[in-house]
Design a protein around this ligand. Structure first.
Ligand code: SF4
Length: 288
């Protein structure tokens, strides 16, 4: 089973841009790559998950400057409908070269929109760079609020960072208070659709990235397509990233493979059970 999808190269990397790294979730890969692409005219804007009027509730927005890109740093772990802004980016913002970042299901939706552009007339050719982020599950906003406020005992507005890793959901406040919850506490709040999701590492992105597999403060980066290879290669040559061979870092690709296998095996079981009861078709990830 090839749970990591097709890729041309994989490295452990982090941004060399201190301003980007300061508030990024891990290695600042997405922000740095889009900042470089914007500066070089590879994209003229990007659809991202940005802040809204409610703490930790992301809303999709279009960034056309570096300053706007910086507003979207950090992982939010709840639903943000970026795809709804894709057409808007080409119409209201007049973008001809759009970047988009999303979790694997959103990257699949982007690729479907390129193949079957129903309701997306004139959009497919304008999608210039697709960046995926690893995803095990997300939470609806209410669920996130209950996790943070009821279980972790923190006000959402006081939270500086949230992390999922090493079997724990970690909440870090602005004052440096750290609360860790075992994932068995947070499971019941997960979005049910995530339980039939068969992609962990955004197999269909140009470049996909996440913290898993790399040391703290670094990210594991898969370069998957010709476009990804071109943009990543140029960004590397411009000094945007420092990298280490993936086989020289801990925990390495083995950990990415382990988590991807766990997600796909567990969710495939749910897909098959549902199909057995006549709910949906027995899907398979075509990349495996
Ligand atoms: S687990 Fe899958 S369906 Fe759920 S948000 Fe992540 S990519 Fe989307």
């Amino acid at each position: 089973m090839n749970v990591l999808g097709k890729y041309k190269s994989v490295v452990s990397a982090r941004s060399t841009d201190k301003e980007i790294l300061k508030a990024s979730q891990d290695g600042g890969i997405v922000t740095s790559l889009f900042a470089y692409a914007l500066e070089q005219g590879i994209i003229d804007g990007a659809v991202l998950a940005g802040p809204s009027s409610r703490p930790w509730q992301p809303q999709p927005f279009v960034a056309t400057t570096r300053a706007e890109l910086l507003k979207a740093r950090g992982t939010k772990y709840n639903i943000c409908p970026q795809i709804s802004m894709l057409k808007e980016a080409t119409r209201s913002y007049g973008l001809d070269k759009v970047g988009i970042v999303g979790v694997p299901c959103q990257i699949q939706a982007t690729r479907k929109a390129q193949l079957y552009p129903i309701g997306m007339r004139d959009v497919p050719d304008k999608i210039a760079l697709v960046v995926g982020i690893y995803c095990m599950e997300v939470f609806p906003y209410k669920g996130m609020q209950l996790i943070v406020e009821d279980h972790a005992g923190q006000k959402l507005q006081s939270v500086k960072k949230m992390e999922i890793g090493k079997g724990k959901f970690t909440v870090i406040t602005e004052r440096g208070n750290v609360t860790q919850l075992p994932l068995k506490v947070t499971h019941k709040y997960e979005q049910p659709g995530c339980h039939v999701c068969l992609d962990y590492v955004a197999n269909t992105a140009d470049v996909s990235t996440g913290s898993v597999g790399s040391p703290d403060g670094w990210s594991t980066v898969f370069v998957r397509s010709r476009i990804g290879e071109d943009v990543w290669g140029k960004a590397m040559a411009a000094g945007c990233f420092e990298t280490k061979p993936i086989d020289q870092v801990k925990p390495g690709l083995e950990m990415v493979t382990k988590l991807a296998t766990e997600k796909i095996t567990k969710n495939q079981k749910t897909v098959d059970e549902r199909a057995h009861f006549g709910v949906g078709k027995a899907l398979r990830n075509p990349y495996i």
